[in-house]
Design a protein around this ligand. Structure first.
Ligand SMILES: [Zn+2]
Ligand SMILES: [Zn+2]
Length: 144
């Protein structure tokens, strides 16, 4: 887990002013990968006290635009944020409870990640979401 001075360095590296809310949001997302905005607000308030929803939304938007956070929004889910950026990893989402896990790399033949026609675009990312049922939901279903 990065320290406050690591977060300061990340903000400066992205040419962002270092503020307490920005550090608190970075820290909350690092500690709670794939958290939604409401959970992030909860964690930030534990650390900073009263912070408005709008302030946290604004910080999330600024950090995402600066590339320090990545926003993912699986279909049917609210936006979630993670601090693992720039590695083009993918996600598996539970259809039942909505829990999300990282999938490092997509391998094999299907679904194929080489676009059959890139239409002249320089492609640097492919977004893949796997859907299924997580182990907890599978266990809950089989034990009931
Ligand atoms: Zn589940
Ligand atoms: Zn992730």
């Amino acid at each position: 887990m990065p320290t406050a001075s690591d977060f300061e360095r990340m903000l400066r590296g992205a040419s962002l002013r270092v503020t307490a809310p920005r550090i608190a949001v970075l820290s909350a997302v690092h500690g709670h990968p794939h958290a939604d905005t409401d959970s992030i607000i909860g964690v930030v308030r534990q650390n900073l006290g009263a912070v408005s929803h709008q302030a946290v939304y604004d910080v999330l938007r600024a950090l995402t635009a600066a590339g320090l956070l990545r926003r993912i929004e699986p279909q049917g889910s609210v936006a979630r944020y993670e601090a693992r950026v720039g590695d083009n990893h993918h996600h598996v989402v539970c259809r039942s409870c909505g829990s999300i896990a990282d999938v490092d790399c997509t391998v094999g033949h299907a679904p194929c990640l080489n676009a059959s026609d890139d239409h002249g675009f320089v492609i640097d990312e492919a977004e893949v979401i796997y859907w299924g049922i997580c182990p907890e939901c599978t266990n809950a279903a089989s034990s009931s």
